[in-house]
Design a protein around this ligand. Structure first.
Ligand SMILES: C[S@@+](CC[C@H](N)C(=O)[O-])C[C@H]1O[C@@H](n2cnc3c(N)ncnc32)[C@H](O)[C@@H]1O
Length: 249
């Protein structure tokens, strides 16, 4: 679906990215890797301000192409480089980056532990992993236990396919605690209205993606089923959100 619609973003939008960058202390001198970079917005933003040297990788060639176009438009092609790459087998040597940023990606990866081991491997000693994962808290999962099948369907419709089923905020936190020397973790509840407004503010690309989604809805029964399922997310306002994890190697 993402590939056909040609649009990608992460829950929490720019505010969530700002929080991650501030908590991690990413600065002009930081050499940064953006894994699952999508349209390249965060990578280009870091290249523009504070002016980091950034590499972005994505498993989908179409995303890499669009990210390069984003860099050109933003005038930062000299500081940012995009290429195809898989979170499970990153095409970089050990201890290469000061920071690895991963926004709404690991939830789509089948072998979560392998991806996390890769993020850590490419970080320099003392380097920092910044991760945003869509999730509910364990308390919400317990409160919603009668709706777990419904929740699972929403995650699956978004094409989440971790080998660990639905991971709660605490599951992600415990996973990172097992791999990193120190971690800072917070859960935020998402506001669907704000998410939609921010998506619209993304401009022509976002509006075009919404038009494509509408077209698919009426012409492709499989796409319609997926879109209908993801809309169920709105039933769980107050629960659905994201975890921000800043993990030091
Ligand atoms: C929800 S989008 C988020 C994009 C971007 N990080 C952002 O915040 O706008 C998820 C992205 O992860 C990419 N992706 C999924 N599985 C991946 C993998 N195994 N390795 C690298 N990228 C992957 C998808 O192609 C997509 O661009």
């Amino acid at each position: 679906m993402l590939a056909e619609i040609g649009y990608a973003r992460h829950i929490g939008g720019r505010a969530a990215t700002d929080r991650l960058i501030a908590k991690a202390g990413i600065n002009k001198g930081s050499k940064v890797l953006d894994v699952g970079c999508g349209l390249g917005k965060t990578a280009c933003r870091l290249a523009a301000d504070p002016g980091c040297t950034v590499t972005g990788v994505d498993i989908m060639p179409k995303m890499v192409e669009q990210a390069k176009a984003t860099a050109k438009k933003a005038g930062v092609s000299d500081r940012v480089n995009f290429m195809e790459g898989d979170a499970r087998k990153l095409p970089f040597g050990d201890n290469t980056f000061d920071a690895v940023i991963v926004e709404s990606v690991t939830v789509f990866v089948e072998d979560v532990a392998r991806a996390v081991a890769e993020y850590k491997r490419v970080l320099k000693p003392g380097g920092v992993l910044c991760d945003n994962e869509v999730c509910v808290t364990r308390k919400s999962a317990e409160e919603l236990k009668d709706d777990l099948k419904d929740l699972e369907a929403i995650f699956t419709a978004f094409s989440s396919k971790t080998d660990r089923g639905i991971m709660t905020f605490e599951d992600w936190r415990d996973l990172y605690r097992g791999h990193f020397a120190s971690i800072d973790a917070d859960h935020y509840v998402a506001d669907p209205r704000k998410e939609t407004l921010e998506k619209k503010a993304d401009g022509f690309g976002a509006v075009l993606s919404m038009a494509k989604a509408a077209y698919l809805y009426y012409t492709n029964p499989e796409a319609r089923a997926i879109i209908d399922t993801t809309r169920n997310m709105y039933k769980y306002v107050g629960h659905f959100g994201y975890g921000l994890f800043v993990c030091r190697k």
